[in-house]
Design a binder for this molecule. Structure first.
Ligand SMILES: *Cc1c(COP(=O)(O)O)cnc(C)c1O
Length: 361
């Protein structure tokens, strides 16, 4: 016997979603973003499933090391760059490309003499105001990189968008303009678009696109229909009912007695909770699939269990299959019920959940 909570990772769906990136941005190369353990799906299996990408993006040296140690020799980009000489030496020794977003990182490179020069992506702050060189400092940073022996020919130019989570792209254009102006005199391949911009804003595509969330089959858009972009969920989070009980009208269910039975009714208990990464903020009414059909969650999410209103499925019994998100139930919808975004839900599935890969078929 083992705990029933499982995350089924559909390698076919990952490949299908990569294909959707190619269809949306046919002229661009794909830097597939697999940071944060492949958005919670498992960084190594995701990299293997997405072997057709042109490069992978990770957040830090540890994530790159996990891939290199697993034998993945694809081009890897450290999206936040390196933070000391040791990381720089690791990057040079393991053929990692690095983002340079700060004066400190420029100085580190100028002080280094690696055996082989590194491919560098110069990050421009075009308006997100998080990382990157201010537009007026970009040309100077670019010239220093060009002159630096530790840097390979062909410095690349990138920026990140703050407002690409809506289909209406009006909010993106000011950043596109700032970026275009800052790099207008500079040579180098360019990269701007995350998933939202890949789907909604062809003007942002340039030489490299950087999809993350859409590869995993969730929508980058906070508004609209999660099915709209022909993406397929890469993770299905499942478990089983471990009990079905009949309660009386007026009986309160779960911690705090937060939900009260409006009539005599069956209540199901499913083996999943916030200890598995199911969001504690999922409100009463959040949909859950039991035997492939929707029922509402009731009361508070516990660490190991959730309770379900089974009035719509009085024949359901212990052992029946439960889907929390994925196939047939978009994670976007659960995120809305929990007051968050699909990115967070996918990243936060805990190691207690058994992961299993399916496909390609
Ligand atoms: C995470 C990340 C992405 C991917 O963003 P999505 O919205 O998941 O597509 C792209 N670029 C950078 C720099 C990132 O950090």
């Amino acid at each position: 016997m083992s705990r029933a909570a499982r995350a089924l990772i559909d390698c076919d769906a990952l490949q299908h979603n990569l294909e959707q990136v190619r269809i949306a941005a046919p002229g661009s190369r794909v830097l597939a973003v697999i940071k944060a353990n492949g958005y919670g799906h498992g960084i190594v299996p995701v990299a293997r499933a997405l072997a057709g990408a042109d490069a992978f993006g990770v957040a830090c040296v540890e994530e790159a090391a996990e891939l290199r140690e697993a034998g993945i020799d694809a081009p890897l980009v450290l999206l936040e760059g390196v933070f000391d000489a040791g990381e720089l030496a690791y990057a040079a020794g393991h053929d990692l490309q690095i983002v340079v977003h700060s004066a400190e990182q420029l100085v580190l490179l100028e002080a280094a003499s690696p055996a082989r020069p590194l491919t560098v992506w110069l990050k421009v702050d075009s308006g997100m105001h998080r990382l990157g060189f201010a537009p007026e400092h970009v040309a100077g940073a670019w010239a220093r990189l060009q002159a630096c022996p530790a840097v390979a020919r062909g410095v690349r130019l990138m920026t990140h968008l703050a407002r690409a989570d809506r289909r209406d792209t009006a909010a993106i254009h000011p950043q596109l303009d700032v970026f275009a102006e800052a790099v207008s005199e500079l040579e180098g391949e360019r990269s701007i678009a995350n998933s939202g911009a890949i789907l909604a804003c062809p003007a942002s595509h340039q030489q490299w696109v950087r999809p993350g969330i859409m590869l995993y089959g969730a929508s980058p858009f906070v508004d609209g229909d999660p099915f709209a972009d022909n993406l397929r969920p890469a993770m299905t989070l499942t478990t089983r009912l471990i009990a079905v009980n009949r309660f009386r009208r007026g009986d309160a269910v779960g911690y705090g007695g937060a939900w009260t039975c409006p009539e005599d009714m069956p209540v199901g208990v499913a083996a999943i909770g916030y200890g598995d990464g199911y969001p504690r903020h999922a409100a009463t009414g959040t949909p859950v699939l039991v035997n492939g059909r929707r029922v509402p969650l009731i009361g508070r999410v516990s660490m190991d269990m959730i309770c379900l209103d089974l009035r719509g499925q009085p024949e359901a019994k212990a052992g029946d299959p439960v889907v929390l998100w994925g196939d047939g139930l978009p994670v976007d919808e659960i995120a809305r019920h929990a007051g968050t975004i699909p990115y967070e839900l996918l990243c936060r599935v805990t190691p207690r959940v058994h992961f299993a890969e399916q496909g390609p078929r």
